[in-house]
Design a protein around this ligand. Sequence first.
Ligand SMILES: Cc1ncc(COP(=O)(O)O)c(C=O)c1O
Length: 355
Amino acid sequence: MIIDLRSDTVTQPTPGMKQAMMDAKVGDDVFGEDPTVNLLQQKAAEMFGMEAGLYCSSGTQTNQIAISVHTRPGDEVICSELAHVYLYEGGGIAQNSGASVRLLQGDRGRITAADVLKNINADDAHYPKTTLVCVENTMNKGGGAIYDMDELRRISELCRSRGLKFHCDGARIFNALIATGVSPAEFGSLFDSISICLSKGLGAPVGSVLVGNRDFIYRAHRRRKNFGGGMRQAGFIAAAGLFALENHVERLNDDHRRARTIGEALMKLDWIKGCYPIETNIVIAEMVEGIKAADAMNALAGLGIKCFTFGEDKLRMVTHIDFTDEHLQTFQDVIAQTSQSKITETVSSRIAGMY
Ligand SMILES: Cc1ncc(COP(=O)(O)O)c(C=O)c1O
């Protein structure tokens, strides 16, 4: 049995989801005529108390569109130094929006209103104009960390009082909402725009929805066009997203429970120094001194457990819809047999095998 914990993006559509895709009513979405895309956009917007939504091919596209609509070249975006929009979107903020970025340290990627306040540039021609604050919830590089709603409220109020826009990279927003019991509408009331991924924990094969007010989405739609993001009979994939919103939200609790059990199993090992607090479906484990994360990852791969490194000394494991209790049991059985010396042995034999 191969256990794939590299990401919550590795999932297969469920039989119900496939059926919904087969049954989808479609039309040309570039003409605005795909009923399933329209329904998905409307549903996502309504859930978050927003006026409109825009279906896009990826979370990178929804984030990059949002940033380019909210800013003008020469502006500055405030975000965490661990933010996906900064680290993992190919320098898109600079390339697509011509904006500079002010990076804040934060606590596992969660920034505060006090820090934002200190980093808003004065209205002076020497400085880039601060126009946008981006947060990520949950915070991927922070180990699925969830923002405190009171802190988000403070950042939101600050943005409003200073005329800044407030965007949320909600690639895993439903993980945060399910874990805290906060409603999407309450969450949405704090933001000018939210990017919602359907292809992470929700288990759809593709797609993200950007939500915001009507004027913002009108401009985002124009931007999506010149990013080459207009899709035609996209209802086939949008149907999977709709199915996911209707059927795969509550079950995220199972992913969170399994992630906690993974953390407990890892903490018993002599090659693991510790784990970040496990709040949702992401586990980040730190290696003891002398063990390289890449070596541990390769040793685990040899035992049928796939995961990713996060820097030189950390591994990331992500639970998802295709990681069941049976997989969890196998994971626990296999991982319990690993040890610092076994990982070192695997490395030596791999090196020996190279010659
Ligand atoms: C926090 C976060 N934001 C955005 C994205 C981008 O999503 P996509 O891969 O659909 O472009 C990811 C992808 O894993 C992510 O983890």
